[in-house]
Design a protein around this ligand. Sequence first.
Ligand code: ADP
Length: 487
Amino acid sequence: MIKIAFVASEAIPYAKTGGLADVAGTLPKVLEKLGCEVKLFIPKYFTIDESKFNLKYNWNIGEIPIMVAGHIRSVHVLQSKLPGSNVEVNFIDCPHYFHRAHFYTNDIDEDERFILFSKAVIVALQHFNWRPDIIHCNDWQTGLIPLLLKDNYSWDNLFKNTSTIFTIHNIGYQGKFSKETLTKAQINERYFYPMGPVEFYNDVSFMKAGISFADIITTVSRTYAREILTPDYGAGMENILLQRKEDLYGIINGVDYTMWNPETDKQIPFNYTLNSLSEKAKNKEYLLKQFGMPFKKETPLIGIVSRIVEQKGFDIFAEVINSLLNLNAQWIVLGSGEDKFEDLIRWLVNHYPEKVGAHIMFSDILSHLIEAGSDMFLMPSRYEPCGLNQIYSLKYGTVPIVRNTGGLADTVRDWHYSELSYDNRGTGFSFDSFTGNALLDTVKRAIKTFGDKTTWRRIQTNGMNKNFSWEPSAQEYIKLYKYVIGK
Ligand code: ADP
């Protein structure tokens, strides 16, 4: 039985800002189902409700002293089971670092927070005397673990046969800090030199450390795995990734269809299937009412649920916003992020209340309702490692309009392209060039096609019949685990 310590900075149902949480709260369960033993590690943020999730203090471990930035911090481990599974969840509890207003901060000790987390995970494993075959790290917050294991904790035989996997969920967030971070983390200075394994433009990058020291690197789609080897998408990491190209794999994220299925979704008022799409229209009516907008059956409703940041394509959206508003469509936006884009959206809602609705916030229930009630779903991302909402959209018969990049390219097939290839297996609409005009043209194409009910139904059917469940992807991870264990 493969033993995996799965380490992430967020996981559903406890703490979520984006797709990483969906992955970290789901993949461990599926791995367990497939016969692995998994322990999940996340920080115990202030907002994680101890009684709601039945967190128990681990008295056997008690207090663990962890040294960060020259101070000994006291850490405790709280434990629970990932709902619907036997996966043990370990919450690294250190109020000094994790009782903050947000999971991620711009505070001057942001590096210390995740140094502490990374060290505490390793020390907790020592206290458990549990010998993982794999420590599966995710994104920069856990990037130091492979290095710490190979150097600072290499004395411990417990980890003699432990391999590390580092999964990149977004290369744009690199955990960059000044050189002092090395001292704070007690990392050997010999790793810090120009182009060296932790040095990144004179700073220390936790992500680069992860890429340099992990035995295997993965990212969350095949296309993104290719893209990040290029300067346009590598965000400066392309060279170190090229050095490690042989060890880099792309595995698409799956979806938890127990949560994201219109037939059973408990968060939407009207459940539906391919054979009862009239119920979907009721969700649309309900959704529009929630946003104080008029219901027009024949006018397509385009949904957006996203972090409202440049990565997600809001600049090209803004570029052609006037033309988009002239189209016969209504828009609903859910999300928060950069001020300039939030301001634009608020302005649109104020000036076009019948056409545009928005909630600038994070809301799980609204995200489900928007998936269920919209006719189309827009994701014009500059880059998209995997993207989950387009996959949810497929299952909800909500036709995705996406830029052809990363996981979007791997999961959505353009309808007109599929017509040209005589297979008619298109599931959405996509465009290549990252420009406002390409976005506008593609939205126009989608709206025009929406008018042709037979074709629209065909596209919805193609999408709803797609299956992106976790099992095949989890199998691919297991194959990699076995490969690296045998190496
Ligand atoms: P990323 O991780 O880059 O933000 P993904 O598409 O991989 O993008 O995952 C985003 C996840 O976060 C999806 O599950 C999506 O539904 C959810 N999400 C994003 N913004 C919001 C929001 N404002 N409210 C609720 N859920 C959101």
